[in-house]
Every structure is written in structure tokens, then in C-alpha cells.
Design a protein around this ligand. Structure first.
Ligand SMILES: Cc1cc2nc3c(=O)[nH]c(=O)nc-3n(C[C@H](O)[C@H](O)[C@H](O)COP(=O)(O)OP(=O)(O)OC[C@H]3O[C@@H](n4cnc5c(N)ncnc54)[C@H](O)[C@@H]3O)c2cc1C
Length: 319
């Protein structure tokens, strides 16, 4: 049997959340002796990247009817293609909107926002975030199949390359199956790069003294192709938009590189960033707690260090 994963894409490009869902499914598959099959709807990316995270089969659906996101229709095709007892979805806004429909159609239990590898497979037992991220519940599925959603940037991605193959499948879908669909997307956030998907994040805290000083943070992030983030007080004071606030009560992120400038490293901030692969801290106080979690640290005044760092990056990039 195979564990089915919905490999979500945006404009044909796979999202990081899809790799996280496959990584999670692979853990279950390895323990249960199953394989991972990814379902991809109208992808333009190659399937190779999905094999890298452990999907040994990719079922591709190319359908005009599914060009616009439709929760009911997406749930229908995934339910029809599933022949196992576990379906894994990323906990993105889209997949979360059809997860209950999919569970109902399949007669499965639904467990959302999982944050860590299962503690047990029989009965399936795992931890999920609850109470808007302020609590952790341990959930058990006693019998039957299950739809699981994986919280973004919680479990993370784990490379687990397998030999894979893809198959383009035709599905039985007609106009009457698409009862609702998204007809227009208006982006309200001005973020150039989605913080949750960013590979590099440059983040500022209260040590930046005021919103007028964010020019250097933006310059550095533009040079690195990074997203910008901030600590909670920075967003609370209106220096930066709340969409940039990371931490326990903000977004959880796990970029390859997190550069924290003028941020003390309070436990609530770390809760949202400590799964970043490499952490660089710039702080004038050598005793700042953030240095304990840093891979690299610079003790210095951000207003002196940042311009020098920008100069070096420019030299390195030849710009
Ligand atoms: C329930 C709860 C939830 C919370 N959730 C979050 C959350 O999600 N995210 C979050 O970030 N916080 C959260 N907080 C707040 C958290 O406890 C800290 O207060 C907050 O993270 C501190 O922000 P900061 O590091 O920017 O500011 P500060 O603690 O004021 O630290 C500023 C740092 O800048 C350094 N600095 C000062 N001047 C310079 C300079 N010129 N150059 C370099 N460094 C300099 C200082 O040495 C200091 O370390 C939460 C708190 C509570 C109680």
C-alpha cells in the first residue's frame, strides 16, 4: 500500500510545504513498510524534486477544470486516487480548506497541524499544535484511515532520495464536480518573498531603534534574495507589518539561513525560528541569550556591522 501525499504547487511550482508533507509521509512509510505516492495537480516542475524527499511515485493530473483551486473538486480527485489508509496534506490555507471534505469523503479521521514525527503507528499517535499555537495536544487515531495535515515549518523537510517514476493519470471529473472555485486572487501583503517559503530570512528587533533604520535590513535582504522578518515588539510598535512577526505568537519559519539583528533571543522568539538550519546573530551585547542558539555570532553595533556586511556581500556578488 502507498501513503498518499498531496504535493501542493503554486503556478506549477512545488511549495516547500509539499516537501515537508512528503518528508513526514516517508517517516510513516519507512516504519510501516509502505511507499509514498505524491499527487500533483497541474505541476510544471519536474517530479525529480519529489523523489528527493521520498516519493517513489508521482501521479500527475493535468486538468483545465482544476486550474482554479476548488476545495470540493480537489478533495474528490485525491479521494478517488487513494487506495491506502493514510493521506498526508500540508497545512496550507488551500489544503486545510479541503482536508475535512477529503476526510468525510474517504470515511477517515482527520488530524490537523501535526508538528512532530508520530510517537506510535498502531494506534497512530502524534502531537499537534492547538489553541492558536499556545498548546500541544497528543492525538490518537484508534481505528480506520486518517487524513493528516502537517504544520508548515514545524517538522521541516528531510531529504530521503528514492528511485521514482511518474504517471499521468486521467480523472473522471466534469463541470458539475466543480461546485465552487477561486476566480480571483488579490495579494494584500507586499512581501516579495513569502516568509514561510523563504530560504534566507533577515530579521530585525528592537535593537534597530526605529522603522527609519530598516533600509539596511531591506538592502541586505534584497542582495541575498531573502524575506524580511521581525520580533513581536517591532510589529506591535508598528515599525513593521504584523505579517513579518516570527515566534511563538507569530509565524514559525525554518529557512536555511536566519540572520537576527538586534534581537535578544527570548524563548518566545526562538520558538518560531530555532529550526532554521543556520542562525547568525548580530547583537551589541555579548551576553544576549540569542548567541547560545547561534551558529555564527557577531558582537557589535548593528549600525556599524550591517553596512560592512552589505559592502562585503556586494563585493562577493560583484554588484
Ligand atoms: C506570551 C508571549 C508571547 C510572545 N511571543 C513572541 C513572538 O512570537 N515573537 C517574539 O519575537 N517575541 C515574542 N514575545 C516577546 C518576547 O518575550 C521578547 O520580549 C521579544 O522577543 C523581544 O524582542 P527584541 O529582541 O526585538 O527586543 P529586546 O528584548 O528589547 O532586545 C533588543 C536586543 O537588541 C540588542 N541591541 C540594542 N542595540 C543594538 C545595536 N545598536 N546593535 C545590535 N544589537 C543591539 C540588545 O542587546 C538586545 O539584545 C512574546 C512574549 C510573551 C509573553
Amino acid at each position: 500500500m502507498a501513503i498518499i501525499v498531496y504535493a501542493e504547487s503554486h503556478e506549477g511550482k512545488y511549495k516547500k510545504a509539499a516537501f515537508e508533507a512528503i518528508s513526514y509521509a516517508k517517516i510513516i512509510a519507512d516504519q510501516s513498510g509502505e511507499s509514498v505516492t505524491a499527487i500533483a495537480i497541474n505541476p510544471t516542475d519536474s517530479s525529480e524534486i519529489l523523489y528527493k524527499y521520498g516519493a517513489s511515485k508521482v501521479l500527475k493530473i493535468n486538468s483545465e477544470l482544476l486550474k482554479n483551486f476548488s476545495p470540493g473538486a480537489y478533495a474528490k480527485v485525491i479521494a478517488e486516487l487513494n487506495d491506502g489508509d493514510t493521506i498526508v496534506l500540508p497545512a496550507t490555507a488551500d489544503a486545510s480548506s479541503f482536508a475535512p471534505i477529503l476526510a468525510l469523503k474517504s470515511g477517515f479521521s482527520l488530524v490537523t497541524n501535526l508538528i512532530s514525527a508520530p510517537k506510535n503507528l498502531s494506534p497512530f499517535t502524534a502531537e499537534r499544535k492547538s489553541f492558536s499555537g499556545k498548546g500541544i495536544q497528543t492525538v490518537q487515531v484508534n481505528e480506520g484511515g486518517k487524513v493528516l495535515t502537517i504544520l508548515q515549518n514545524a517538522y521541516g523537510t528531510k531529504e530521503n532520495p528514492v528511485d521514482g517514476n511518474e504517471e499521468t493519470v486521467s480523472i473522471s471529473l466534469n463541470d458539475s464536480d466543480v461546485k465552487e472555485k477561486v476566480i480571483k486572487v488579490e495579494q494584500l501583503s507586499t512581501d516579495k518573498i513569502d516568509l514561510k517559503d523563504a530560504e534566507i530570512v533577515v530579521s530585525g528587533g528592537r535593537g534597530m531603534k526605529g522603522p527609519e533604520n530598516w533600509g539596511t535590513i531591506e538592502e541586505l535582504s534584497d542582495l541575498l534574495g531573502a524575506a524580511t522578518a521581525c520580533s513581536k515588539p517591532v510589529a506591535d510598535m508598528g515599525w513593521r507589518p504584523h505579517s513579518e512577526h516570527v515566534g511563538q505568537t507569530g509565524k514559525a519559519i525554518s529557512p536555511n539561513l536566519y540572520i537576527a539583528i538586534g534581537i535578544s533571543g527570548a524563548i518566545q522568539h526562538l520558538a518560531g525560528v530555532n529550526s532554521s538550519k543556520t542562525i547568525v546573530v548580530i547583537n551589541s551585547d555579548a551576553e544576549a541569550p540569542f548567541f547560545k542558539s547561534a551558529d555564527y555570532g557577531i558582537v557589535g553595533d548593528a549600525f556599524e556591522v550591517l553596512p560592512k556586511l552589505i559592502e562585503e556581500v556586494k563585493k562577493f556578488k560583484g554588484v
